[in-house]
Design a protein around this ligand. Structure first.
Ligand code: CUA
Length: 162
């Protein structure tokens, strides 16, 4: 006697749900994580370069942010070099240097004055701090969970075929 179709369908759905659970969990974790972390945004900073410091000395952004620095000098010519980001520019007295880049690498990067501006020029430094954005691991978690779920589901479905 054949099993009633309703029961078969329910059984199959239940089996599928069990094996799709890693995918659903991964997506849930990813969405939650992404929701809790800041979205990449545009960040602007007004930076003063003077003998012998950058003001502010520490620039803090999140990974993925589009960063714009407007650098002005009230005294002599200075430079702005950012280690690891390939940024190098010159700011003339009372002039303005505009630098734009995407903070795509997390970590701490040295800011350095790259034009000789006086005796303490070598000490004219600052720091760019790029915080890791949790949106990225969140979406990786979601993708990994979905992939594992899909593989398990495919293996399971394949095994049941005659
Ligand atoms: Cu400022 Cu060198």
């Amino acid at each position: 006697m054949p099993t009633p179709p309703v029961r078969t369908r329910w059984h199959r759905l239940r089996t599928n749900l069990v094996f799709l659970a890693p995918a659903l969990l991964g997506i849930a974790v990813g969405v939650g994580w992404g929701w809790a972390s800041p979205m990449p945004s545009k960040r602007s900073f007004d930076v003063t370069a003077r003998q012998f410091a950058f003001e502010p000395g520490i620039l803090r952004v999140n990974r993925g942010d589009r960063v714009e620095l407007r650098v002005r000098s009230p005294d002599v010519t200075h430079g702005l070099y950012i280690d690891g980001y390939g940024v190098d520019g010159k700011v003339t007295p009372h002039g303005e240097l505009v630098v734009r880049f995407t903070a795509d690498r997390p970590g701490r990067f040295a800011l350095r004055c790259s034009r000789t501006c006086g005796v303490f020029h070598p000490f004219m430094t600052g720091q760019l701090v790029v915080e890791p954005n949790l949106l990225f691991p969140g979406s990786v978690g979601a993708a990994a969970g979905a992939a594992i779920g899909a593989v398990v589901y495919a293996a399971r479905t394949g095994r049941r075929e005659p």
